[in-house]
Design a protein around this ligand. Structure first.
Ligand SMILES: [Fe+2]
Length: 445
């Protein structure tokens, strides 16, 4: 596969033409009477027309046929996709999942869409407020099938196997330790090359933004230039009656047939595009004296709610870094949080739990549910010699953190058979070290 090209930058106005058709973008206007190369002009709006400039998102696509050329949509099997947050009774326990099992291609061919499994979520699709967390487990490319989501944006975190993603804006190769965001309405089709697994954070009605940096200044965390947007690429491919467009609409799946590949956009311009980001580029900021900065310091992208400082969902990572804090218990602190914290592991070993939390698995610590280091971690870290040390080398854990109180689906609690019934036991050996007669701490300090 020839190396793919990208446009660097986050949220910029971009313009791209497939090099086979120079001058495909109309000059000086969006909607000429006849477009160059006799293409059709189509606008994709990602925000209300009337949004202020800072949040207004749209792109113009110049394509061989407009997207409207399809047979009617019909309902299809929902598989394990759901937005029914009342399938099972609420469960406030700490939940942990073993690695979600990927079906073997020799037993059943499953593509990205048929391999979507909703794990948890909250909110309401119809009023554009909420989120869902899905696990994708697949072994087969989508072929003559594409998908678009009318409900929200997908932030896709591949954990095993790379994804070659065809979009209307061009192609992206997304490997584990990279993420991509495919925003509402954008059609895409995914090729996979092995048994493939990953996580999806779906947000309804909002788009991901870079977090404000406040006193950090103009640079740091995820830098805008490290986000990559595909360049225009088209195929003029006839598939008489044989191309299937799948749509998630109000939480349900629908399919329509059409005669051509939807990846027939010869040129585009605008600021509403898919993009990818390599997590290795994250500039980590942390305490260099004592104590912890809160984990918000590791926020890559945020989907804001209407309440200042409160996110529908944040995407947060725990990258390799130095731990240098003096006189400090260095692993994550014991914690109860009004936010809900879903964690996943792309690779390696998470510092607060050396066993049990495995790549391809997950955990959910719901609103106000206590959590923190396991007993082994606490004992070791309380006695550790506090020299500067590398933390999380070879590891990438992440968190989807939400202000909404999420419900877990029946698939998550039962059908997946991946729930670790013994999770709570990792805290059982924690014992009291209380010495009422002596204030002197027992540790090396
Ligand atoms: Fe926490």
């Amino acid at each position: 596969m020839a190396e793919l090209k990208y446009i660097p930058g986050f949220g910029n106005e971009c313009a791209s033409e497939d090099p086979r058709c120079p001058g495909a973008l109309p000059e000086g206007q969006n909607n000429p009477q006849v477009c160059p190369y006799n293409l059709y002009a189509e606008q994709l709006s990602g925000s209300a027309f009337t949004c202020p400039r800072s949040t207004n998102k749209r792109s113009w696509l110049y394509r061989i046929l407009p997207s409207v050329c399809h047979k009617p949509f019909e309902s299809i099997d929902q598989g394990h996709v759901t937005h029914n947050w009342d399938e099972v009774d609420p469960d406030p326990n700490q939940l942990r999942w073993k690695p979600f099992e990927i079906p073997k291609a020799s037993q059943k061919k499953v593509d990205f869409v048929s391999g979507l499994h909703t794990l948890c979520g909250a909110g309401d699709i119809r009023s554009n407020n909420g989120l869902a967390i899905h696990i994708f487990l697949c072994n087969t490319s989508m072929g003559n099938r594409c998908f678009y989501n009318s409900d929200g944006d997908f932030l896709i975190v591949p954990q095993k196997g790379k994804l070659l993603i065809y979009t209307e804006f061009g192609k992206m190769l997304v490997q584990p330790n990279e993420i991509c965001v495919i925003q509402r309405g954008m059609r895409f089709s995914i090729d996979v090359f092995e048994e493939t697994r990953g996580y999806i954070l779906e947000v309804y009605g909002v788009h991901f933004e870079l977090p404000d940096l406040g006193p950090i200044g103009a640079n740091g965390l995820a830098n805008p230039r490290d986000f990559l947007i595909p360049v225009a690429w088209y195929e003029d491919r006839q598939v008489p009656g044989g191309y299937t467009v799948i749509n998630k609409y109000q939480g349900k799946l629908f399919a329509a047939k059409q005669n051509v590949s939807p990846f027939n956009v010869v040129a585009w311009h605008g600021n509403y595009t898919p993009y990818k980001y390599n997590l290795e580029n994250f500039m980590v900021i942390n305490s260099v004296a004592f104590d912890h900065a809160d984990p918000s310091i590791f926020t890559v992208l945020t989907a804001k709610s209407v309440r200042p400082g409160v996110a529908v969902a944040d995407f947060v990572i725990f990258p390799p870094r130095w731990g240098v804090a003096d006189k400090t218990f260095r692993p994550p602190y014991y914690h109860r949080n009004c936010m809900s914290e879903f964690m996943g592991l792309i690779k390696g070993h998470y510092e607060a739990k050396q066993g049990g939390f495995l790549p391809g698995g997950g955990s959910l610590h719901s609103s106000m549910t206590p959590h923190g280091p396991d007993a082994d971690c606490f004992e070791k870290a309380s006695k550790a010699n506090l020299a500067p040390e590398r933390i999380a080398d070879g590891t990438m854990a992440f968190m989807f953190e939400s202000s909404l109180s999420m419900a877990v689906t029946k698939w998550g609690l039962k059908t997946s058979s991946c729930l670790d019934e013994n999770y709570y036991k990792c805290w059982e050996p924690l014992k009291s070290h209380f010495t009422p007669d002596s204030r002197k701490p027992a540790g090396p300090n």
